[in-house]
Design a binder for this molecule. Structure first.
Ligand code: ZN
Length: 112
């Protein structure tokens, strides 16, 4: 191998390596954002569960039978209308673009 080829090869490798390092840095930033968002959603989810539990407890104390049931369903309906899932599959997660969810609707309006 000529000295020039060797040098060109080295430059090429150096160039590629710095491109990979830049990609790694970008990935690291994206990962931090995702982890941060995930932690945020976990906290939000926990708060929603606690909130719902409180609402259900207070309606349990105040009422009986059919009224109790419809009150807790109203709470679920409120959460759903605020844009959150109340179905067991995606409980507490945001409904993307307020898309309707058949599981949620079944839980709120279904005959259970
Ligand atoms: Zn749902």
């Amino acid at each position: 191998m000529e000295k020039k080829d060797l040098y060109d090869g080295f430059l090429q490798l150096e160039h590629e390596t710095s491109a990979i390092l830049a990609q790694l840095a970008a990935l690291k930033t994206d990962m931090a954002t995702v982890l941060e968002k995930n932690a945020e959603l976990e906290i939000e989810n926990r708060h929603l569960r606690e909130h719902l539990e409180e609402l259900q407890k207070s309606s349990d104390h105040k009422s009986t039978g059919a009224v109790e049931l419809s009150k807790s369903k109203l709470n679920l309906e409120n959460l759903y209308e605020e844009g959150f899932h109340v179905c067991p599959y995606m409980y507490g997660q945001r409904r993307v673009n307020d898309e309707p969810c058949a599981f949620c609707v079944d839980i709120i309006y279904g005959e259970h």
